[in-house]
Design a protein around this ligand. Structure first.
Ligand SMILES: NC(=O)C1=CN([C@@H]2O[C@H](COP(=O)(O)OP(=O)(O)OC[C@H]3O[C@@H](n4cnc5c(N)ncnc54)[C@H](O)[C@@H]3O)[C@@H](O)[C@H]2O)C=CC1
Ligand SMILES: O=C(O)C(=O)[C@H](O)COP(=O)(O)O
Length: 387
């Protein structure tokens, strides 16, 4: 069996190695010729899988995308050809949730305010939006949810987008990119909506760049310096509008979901599905794939203040490093070379490829012996000694 896998998908050898030969490919530049004789195709979000890409292949038995988003996959075409497809719903939701939460803590520190006491509006209350809400609610922050597509059969309370914009001090976007229908998300935040944001609002985008009209965002930011931005995703990736970068407080190259745990879960979910399609037992374990964190335990002598919570978060993942590298790479570091054979000539993909350092809160055990009211730390995601 020939398995073609994106070179940026970790743990492929460990999980799929017994099934056949594995060829690692650049997902951004994959051609029909390369796929011609593949039996299994494992991709990430940068590969558009459609009729054109599969035009020379006649024997494909499975396509898997180790991602939550599926906007890069022509699922109708795959279904019409009887090719089983799976993505990895929820695989990196915890990573996105923690990323947005940490970004909010960072902004609070930077602007001399507190996250606690703010109202956070979450647009899109699926896996990633709920993961952000879980962190915020554990910490005691009021959350507003907007999701016109699930509110009917979901017991949580929802508000309209207009109400959310009118009430939230912080807005975090967690919708799929959709181009049709009454609730399409392409340019959901267009110039008019951006202009209507509350004074001093923080706007975070960790879903897809095109959910915000980036050209309009530059225009609005020029008039509205009070708006603070966190952008992990950009219109036109891997070539974002560079004029936008200086207007952004925390700028990263689409890595909000890039925890080691999230990536491992993504590959593992494809492994489970392929084994089911092949009628084989999925007997490998995911946790055995993950390395230990460089320090596994921290003792808390008192409950953390917001400042200490940020320090704890930075101990697990310091988002500022990725922001700093992004600015150096995109704006002024000519020594960072473009990726070979890549359409990207500015290092966006290189940063993503090299991003292998981040863990989730659960990788850190907190020792809280003798203290009460500690449960919120574990709800937030940290592990507990002896728990
Ligand atoms: N930056 C990153 O690294 C990552 C980005 N993503 C992106 O985030 C998106 C969301 O991921 P999940 O939360 O896991 O997906 P999900 O499918 O679990 O949830 C998305 C939610 O958005 C809602 N929604 C759809 N249109 C809407 C609209 N117009 N207004 C409000 N809500 C709307 C849906 O009803 C659904 O509940 C993915 O499709 C992907 O594009 C996902 C993972 C990592
Ligand atoms: O899961 C998604 O959807 C994402 O956006 C991924 O985190 C993006 O990662 P890549 O697939 O582009 O490596």
């Amino acid at each position: 069996m020939k398995i073609l896998a994106d070179e940026n998908m970790p743990y492929v050898e460990q999980l799929f190695g017994d099934l056949g030969t594995i060829e690692a490919v650049n997902g951004r530049t994959l051609t029909p010729q390369q796929i011609k004789d593949a039996d299994v195709l494992l991709v990430r979000s940068v590969t558009k899988v459609d009729q054109a890409l599969l035009s020379l292949n006649t024997g494909l038995k499975f396509v898997g995308s180790a991602t939550i988003g599926t906007d890069h996959i022509d699922q109708n075409y795959l279904a019409s050809k009887g090719i089983p497809f799976t993505n990895a719903p929820g695989c990196n939701a915890t990573a996105v949730g923690e990323f947005a939460f940490i970004a909010m803590l960072e902004l609070a520190k930077r602007f001399g305010t507190k996250l606690k006491g703010k109202v956070v509006g979450i647009v899109g209350a699926g896996n990633t939006g709920s993961a952000v809400a879980k962190c915020l609610e554990a910490y005691g922050v009021e959350v507003l949810l907007n999701d016109p597509l699930i509110e009917a059969d979901d017991p949580r309370e929802f508000v309209s987008l207009e109400e959310l914009i009118a009430r939230a001090n912080v807005i975090s976007l967690h919708v799929p990119l959709t181009k049709d229908g009454a609730h399409k998300t392409w340019y959901l935040f267009d110039e008019q909506r951006l202009q209507s944001l509350m004074p001093d609002v923080w706007l975070l985008n960790c879903c897809r760049g095109e959910v915000i009209d980036n050209r309009a965002l530059i225009k609005v930011k020029r008039r509205r310096p009070d708006i603070k931005l966190v952008l992990d995703v950009w219109e036109g990736e891997p070539d974002p509008m560079l004029e936008l970068v200086p207007y952004v407080e925390l700028a990263t190259p689409h890595i909000a979901g890039y925890s080691l745990e999230g990536k491992a879960r993504g590959t593992y979910m494809l492994y489970q599905k392929l084994m089911a399609v092949l009628g084989l037992d999925a007997d490998k374990s995911m946790t055995s794939l993950l390395p230990a964190l460089w320090s596994q335990q921290v003792s808390l002598d008192e409950l953390p203040s917001e400042k200490a919570l940020l320090q704890l978060s930075r101990f697990v993942y310091d988002l500022r490093d990725d922001d700093e590298l992004f600015r150096q790479t995109m704006l002024d570091d000519s020594s960072i070379k473009p990726l070979e054979n890549s359409a990207n000539n500015n290092g966006f993909d290189l940063m993503r490829k090299n991003h292998k350092h981040r863990r989730e809160f659960s990788a850190l055990k907190l020792a809280t012996a003798g203290q009460s009211d500690v449960d919120w730390l574990f709800k937030l995601g940290f592990s507990g000694v002896g728990r």
